[in-house]
Write a protein that binds this ligand. Structure first.
Ligand SMILES: [Zn+2]
Ligand SMILES: [Zn+2]
Length: 327
């Protein structure tokens, strides 16, 4: 285990472990700690809290969404656009505009810059455009269909008062479902023309920032934002749908922040900090052909594409690339 702050790159502790429930022999304490501190704090609590707040205060009545009408869909789009803008915008402002913590825990020491490969010639404006114009629009489309299904009785409604154990299990399941789905669609996006047409937009960002998280081509958004489709066909509650929506929309903003930790003050102060960037996915942006999924559902381990950040894993990846080039 080693933490290095070199002149070039910030390297967190490696090897990057898989989630403890996939380790053998199982360690119960490790699994519980993981659930509380990694999966549900702060991310899970934020997505679930935001889902309840939006269900109570920022979602039209289900009965009013029984027909597709522009009015209520514009309300949903505006709500989602504001949430993404506040979340990504405040992280971007602190880390990249004010440079509030300098390069402390920044994976790549360089700052995003202009380049002709970006829409509008600059990474930030490129990322903002694709996130809002395509990402928010397509995720709102999936949300709208979900409400229409509930409003017309196609999706059976369950209440937390009567079915809370089932709905808690369903909420936990959605995180695993979403991550497994991510591995599958992401792996497909790296094949042939799908990469050239669609996924290359996301991979314009070898040095990602918060706005890069959901900066994708509409084809990729249609695949990436589609996990709610499963929820349309099983009994549920709107808050579970909203939790999945915010997990899909907002967690990539955090994991693409480009910094391992966000510190709400300079390095020397004792201000609060929280985990943000995902080094596992950062390695995917750096090397492309590894780490298609994440550590929560470690399909990369199963299919031999897991890069844990160590020189040994790097050598295995290079050998895999050489043999693919030979064949
Ligand atoms: Zn990414
Ligand atoms: Zn990729």
């Amino acid at each position: 285990m080693n933490t290095v702050e070199s002149s070039e790159e910030w390297e967190p502790n490696v090897p990057i472990p898989v989630a403890p429930m996939f380790e053998w022999p199982p360690k119960l304490i490790g699994v519980l700690r993981f659930f509380v501190w990694k999966q549900f704090w702060p991310g899970g609590v934020m997505w679930i809290g935001l889902a309840w707040a939006c269900w109570w205060y920022a979602t039209p009545d289900l009965a009013s969404m029984a027909n597709f009408e522009l009015g209520w869909m514009v309300i949903l789009w505006s709500r989602n656009a504001v949430i993404v803008t506040v979340f990504a915008g405040s992280l971007h402002w602190w880390l990249y505009v004010r440079q509030g913590q300098g390069t402390a825990t920044k994976f790549n020491r360089r700052w995003p810059s202009g380049s002709q490969r970006f829409t509008f010639g600059h990474q930030t404006w490129d990322n903002v455009f694709w996130s809002i114009a395509s990402g928010v629009t397509i995720s709102t489309g999936f949300e709208a269909v979900g409400w229409w299904m509930f409003a017309n009785g196609h999706t059976p409604y369950r209440s937390f008062a009567g079915d809370w154990p089932y709905l808690i299990v369903l909420t936990v399941f959605t995180f695993y479902w979403s991550n497994a789905h991510f591995y599958a669609n992401h792996r497909a996006l790296h094949v042939g023309k799908l990469y050239d047409w669609a996924h290359s937009v996301h991979h314009r960002n070898p040095n990602p920032g918060p706005w890069s998280g959901i900066s994708m081509h509409p084809i990729e958004h249609l695949l990436y934002m589609s996990p709610p489709v499963l929820l349309w066909f099983i009994p549920g509650h709107p808050v579970v749908h909203l939790t999945l929506l915010f997990f899909s929309l907002l967690s990539p903003i955090l994991t693409h922040a480009g910094f391992e930790r966000v510190r709400l003050g300079d390095s020397a102060s004792n201000r609060p900090s929280f985990l943000s960037g995902d080094y596992f996915h950062q390695l995917h942006h750096r090397y492309f052909e590894c780490n298609y999924g994440n550590t929560l559902v470690p399909f990369d381990k199963l299919f031999g594409t897991y890069h844990d950040g160590t020189p040994e894993a790097h050598a295995v990846m290079r050998e895999r690339q050489r043999s693919a080039d030979r064949s």
